[in-house]
Design a binder for this molecule. Structure first.
Ligand code: GLN
Length: 387
């Protein structure tokens, strides 16, 4: 038995979704939307099941999807991308795993920025890498020059970065991205850039890919996800965009992890990526509306929410909301006694968590949001009563 995995706790998402089911609680924990998906993309997939191939797709992905990903980034982000640079994976989590397994050798130092998505650290350790951490702090979660210069060393081989940022909902600004790019160049570091939330962004913001900074094209491995673009997290179709020197070893790791993914879903994702701009704008507007409804409701219920610029998530500050509880204790009681599941931010730290911020998924219908906020109000009262 490998103790690395045998001793790992169950992922916080599975833990909280399980408790939500057991206690019939509103689930504002695991990040998935509950207000539908583009029907034409689903119809395309259904037709492809009947009329297309149900055999293995090519290992690097269906040519039509690799081309669609390349065209999509050329069109939406002004980054000229070729289909040769694209590897299709079984979701972004597999993209992360393949990239980490291919790029991290035993003893390599990997810089991780906390709070972070829960899959990064176990995969780095599994590859034999040595995680080094730097932390962002609430309420602004900024990447500062001081923190970056202290964190990058000449032993750093890889930095894993996420923008827009899960779990905080921040979008790093061009100034912060530039500092990160400069640090990568100064120390000869490759960036694994998890950009799965690139289309779920608000208030007219524009996503800036890390690879667009001078010198970064050759040292950035970017990860994208159909699940986030089409509000269908169950599809598990993701991709990697990397320069050929990195794409070759990464594809070797991918071939022995999952080899290939469902061809019908790949074909439908290719169709969807070509949809007109209006689709992407409407999708963003719907999520933005859900965010605003949630923030307004939280305010009325006496919660202090931190700014949410992208992703399906926003966070609440328990201390500022007058709740003297740790985020873990609050979430454990909220799901069991108040009928609402949320995720404690400290679950996204390997070390040195702040401990009083809770992440909520707002990508829900108004009734779900209302019921979730009622649950949070009840949870708050539990702590007020000191019971
Ligand atoms: N990406 C989702 C989230 O952050 C969870 C994915 C998962 O459950 N593994 O909530």
């Amino acid at each position: 038995m490998n103790p690395l995995f045998a001793t790992l706790p169950t992922s916080i998402f599975e833990h909280m979704s399980g408790l939500a089911r057991d206690h019939d609680a509103v689930n504002l924990g695991q990040g998935f939307p509950d207000f539908g998906w583009p029907d034409d993309v689903v119809d395309f997939a259904a037709d492809a099941l009947r009329t297309g191939s149900n055999q293995y797709a090519p290992m690097r992905g269906l040519p039509v999807l690799r081309q669609a990903v390349a065209d999509h980034y050329t069109r939406h982000q002004n980054v000229r991308t070729s289909a040769d640079e694209v590897i299709v994976t079984s979701g972004a989590t597999e993209a992360l795993a393949s990239s980490i397994l291919a790029m991290v050798a035993p003893g390599d130092e990997v810089l991780l920025i906390q709070p972070l998505y829960d899959a990064y650290v176990p995969m780095v350790r599994r590859a034999g890498g040595i995680p080094r951490f730097m932390s962002l702090t609430p309420p602004d979660w900024r990447l500062t020059e001081e923190a970056l210069s202290a964190a990058f060393t000449d032993r750093t081989k890889l930095v894993i970065f996420c923008n827009p940022h899960n779990p905080t909902g921040r979008m790093f600004g061009a100034d912060e991205l530039e500092l990160l790019a400069e640090a990568c160049l100064r120390h000869g570091v490759i960036a694994l850039s998890d950009e799965v939330w690139e289309h779920v962004i608000f208030d007219g913001r524009r996503h800036i890919p890390l690879s667009s900074f001078p010198g970064m094209r050759d040292r950035t491995v970017k990860i994208g996800s159909a699940g986030k673009i089409f509000s269908m997290t169950g599809w598990k179709i993701g991709w990697i965009v990397a320069p050929e020197t990195l794409a070759v070893p990464i594809s070797k790791a991918h071939q022995f992890l999952t080899f290939a993914s469902a061809p019908n879903l790949q074909a439908a994702a290719a169709y969807g990526l070509g949809k007109e701009d209006m689709y992407f704008e409407t999708m963003r507007a719907n999520f933005q509306q859900a965010r605003d409804t949630t923030i307004a409701g939280l305010g009325e219920a006496g919660f202090v929410a931190l700014p949410a610029e992208g992703t399906y998530f926003l966070s609440i500050d328990l201390a500022a909301s007058g709740i003297a509880a740790s985020d873990r204790d609050f979430c454990e009681r909220a799901v069991r006694e108040a009928g609402v599941a949320a995720i404690p931010m400290s679950a996204f730290y390997d070390e040195g968590a702040e401990g009083n911020v809770v992440r909520l998924c707002f990508a829900k219908q108004p009734e779900t949001i209302r019921a979730g906020i009622e649950g949070l109000r009840t949870a708050k009262a539990l702590w007020k009563a000191g019971s």
